[in-house]
Design a protein around this ligand. Structure first.
Ligand code: 2DT
Ligand code: MG
Length: 218
């Protein structure tokens, strides 16, 4: 057989608190994969360029108010509208790196402390989205994060909120079955962190089709 069958790409999600270095690490990982001769695409959620993304942006920057459930579902819709395209790219051999995904989606909403908006409720609309081959969580202590300067002025960028989000991320990961989560100490120098990430990626196998999707919480 002389025909080489093309292998699929891998789906990598990078999660973490604000100021954990997610966007820089996603960019470095993208360049690393392309430098090794692969194809890669960097996707960031929320994608603020689409109609749902524009509504989300207005909410985050404080120019409009939204019911907690309603904004939650918009964040989810912002992923659902993109997921077929991501699946197509993966099938075509492109590695897709996602900066924030369903995990941020569930924990930020649940961290608001609205008693009607539990982690279980918040997770539900994510069920059925593609499950990543690898989830990297860039962990940073509140003390390390504080050294990196002040928060911006978008909604959610307060110390109280970040502390709740950090606890909820860990609770959520413990409740998801068969998910490969790598905790990365993101308090270290940027290049040290990226070496850890490249090592984790090298172990990910793309054998078999990417058919798995996110399921119910355990
Ligand atoms: P960035 O700072 O990464 O642009 O995110 N968020 C994000 C949610 O509340 N729900 C979601 O589904 C996602 C993807 C995290 C802006 C803020 O939006 C929060 C921070
Ligand atoms: Mg931010």
């Amino acid at each position: 057989d002389t025909q080489e069958s093309q292998s699929r790409g891998i789906l990598i999600v990078i999660e973490g608190l604000d100021r954990s270095g997610k966007s820089s690490q996603c960019q470095k990982l993208h360049d690393h994969l392309v430098g090794n001769g692969g194809q890669a695409r960097y996707v960031k959620f929320p994608d603020r360029t689409t109609p749902t993304g524009k509504m989300i942006n207005s909410y985050l920057t404080g120019s409009v108010e939204q019911d907690d459930h309603s904004i939650h579902l918009l964040f989810s819709a912002n992923r659902w509208e993109a997921i077929k395209g991501i699946g197509r790219d993966i099938s075509n051999g492109i590695n897709v790196i996602i900066d924030r995904y369903s995990f941020s989606g569930a924990v930020y909403s649940a961290a608001k402390g609205n008693p009607e908006l539990s982690l279980d409720w918040a997770w539900y609309p994510e069920i059925g989205l593609l499950k990543p081959d690898l989830l990297l969580f860039l962990d940073i202590s509140p003390e390390e994060a504080a050294k990196r300067g002040n928060y911006g002025d978008e909604r959610y960028e307060t110390e109280k909120m970040q502390a709740r989000v950090r606890t909820l991320f860990k609770e959520l990961f413990a409740r998801i079955d068969d998910l490969d989560v790598w905790l990365v100490d993101a308090g270290r120098a940027i290049d040290v962190v990226s070496q850890d990430i490249f090592a984790a990626i090298a172990k990910v196998s793309s054998d078999g089709p990417l058919t798995e999707s996110l399921g119910k919480l355990g």
